[in-house]
Design a protein around this ligand. Structure first.
Ligand code: SF4
Length: 53
């Protein structure tokens, strides 16, 4: 299973999630919650590549 190096993810119900907080997607897209291009803190960002397992 190939995983994205350097990506640590805690979203365990994503179909791309692997044990050890790894991501098996070929690439990920991360956006700002609510749109736009400026987040003020990490909690305002999210992974658009998420797919429900
Ligand atoms: S696609 Fe996003 S949410 Fe899913 S495991 Fe990878 S980083 Fe996490």
């Amino acid at each position: 299973m190939d995983v994205l190096p350097g990506v640590k993810c805690s979203v365990q119900n994503c179909r791309f999630w692997e044990n050890g907080h790894r991501c098996s997607a070929s690439a990920i897209e991360v956006n700002v919650d609510g749109g736009g291009a400026n987040a003020r803190q990490s909690e305002q960002t999210n992974c658009r590549t998420f797919q429900l397992k």
